[in-house]
Ligand binder design. Structure first.
Ligand SMILES: [Zn+2]
Length: 86
């Protein structure tokens, strides 16, 4: 075994540096609600992992009024977003 062969063997046996996989561009589902205060449609990302019924308060990015956002996720992945005044 000459030096070159040896180095090839070593290279094969050494753990390969892991290439960082690019994060696959999974499109985040987005829902929209209409702010009860200013009437603007606000687009929000939907976190499907948070359960099929979600409720949270979000301040409208336009007028800063708090909206209570309810998200309902159907078993088939469809979702509905509603907003009401806090
Ligand atoms: Zn608003």
């Amino acid at each position: 075994m000459d030096v070159q062969e040896l180095s090839e063997v070593l290279e094969l046996e050494s753990p390969r540096p892991r290439k960082r996989k690019r994060r696959p561009r999974t499109s985040t589902p987005e829902g929209g609600y209409v702010c009860h205060s200013c009437g603007e449609e606000i687009i929000v990302p939907i976190d499907l992992s948070q359960g099929s019924e979600q409720e949270y308060v979000e301040d409208c990015p336009v007028c800063c009024s708090p909206n209570v956002i309810t998200v309902e996720i159907e078993p088939d992945g469809q979702f509905r977003v509603d907003a009401r005044p806090e």
